[in-house]
Design a protein around this ligand. Structure first.
Ligand SMILES: C[S@@+](CC[C@H](N)C(=O)[O-])C[C@H]1O[C@@H](n2cnc3c(N)ncnc32)[C@H](O)[C@@H]1O
Length: 215
């Protein structure tokens, strides 16, 4: 974790790297799907290049990526989480990171949280929540994006399963629910690339990252 914003330190004599390690270990041992290392490196590079004043994250989980994003340059992060246990963990972790003044965590389904953030303009939106709803999140929140703002979508490959659509026998071996998500993710790929008001590039980084820049 980057400790350069205001030279601040986490609480309880933790260092940023102790806290980083603690959160990663917690995520692994409790099956919390946090962003992969190379996806995170890319996200942090985008933040260094774009220098966003405000970031909106859809899908906070335990606050790991929100803490990492706020730690790069001190951007203000609004992050939305619908699972109460995750939300409570995120509150505690953000306090531990000493970033409560930088990270606002909203406990709500992101499809119902628009009114709570609509008075803000965001320079970066990071979408990392329910895969079947990506297009809805994108369409709902991108009107709040600043000129030339950037949207980063994680898990575009849905754990490598989007490719399974090319192999009908393998595709059929998955449950109806998983097949539904695979189809919706593939549709989202196509619709995102076709959007005329955004330039989108898909990267084979982490679980697949899409970067869409508002024209
Ligand atoms: C992949 S995890 C987020 C990981 C986090 N961004 C990180 O890298 O540290 C996805 C989270 O999104 C939450 N989520 C899924 N759909 C949501 C929705 N419609 N509204 C709010 N949160 C949602 C889930 O509860 C889960 O905690």
């Amino acid at each position: 974790m980057n400790a350069n914003i205001n030279d601040r330190k986490p609480t309880n004599d933790l260092t940023f790297s102790d806290l980083d390690k603690e959160l990663r270990e917690y995520a692994i041992s409790h099956d919390v799907p946090i962003i992969q290392d190379d996806g995170l490196a890319m996200l942090e590079s985008i933040i260094r290049i774009k220098r966003p004043k405000k970031i909106l994250e859809i899908g906070c989980a335990i606050g790991y990526s929100a803490i990492r994003m706020a730690s790069v340059l001190g951007s203000i992060v609004y992050t939305i989480e619908r699972n109460e246990e995750m939300y409570n963990q995120a509150i505690e972790n953000v306090k531990k990171a000493n970033l409560s003044d930088k990270i606002h965590i909203i406990f709500k389904d992101a499809l119902e949280a628009y009114d709570l953030v609509k008075d803000n303009t965001f320079d970066l939106i990071f979408i990392d929540a329910a895969k079947a709803q990506y297009m809805k999140f994108f369409n709902l929140y991108t009107p709040l994006l600043s000129t030339h703002g950037v949207v980063v979508c994680d898990n575009m490959e849905f754990h490598g399963l989007v490719e399974v659509l090319d192999n009908i026998e393998e595709y059929k071996s998955y449950s109806r629910g998983v097949r539904g998500i695979i189809r919706k993710m593939a549709k989202f790929h196509d619709e995102l690339l076709a959007k005329e008001d955004f330039d989108t590039t898909l990267f084979e980084v982490g679980d697949g990252i899409a970067i869409s820049v508002k024209k």
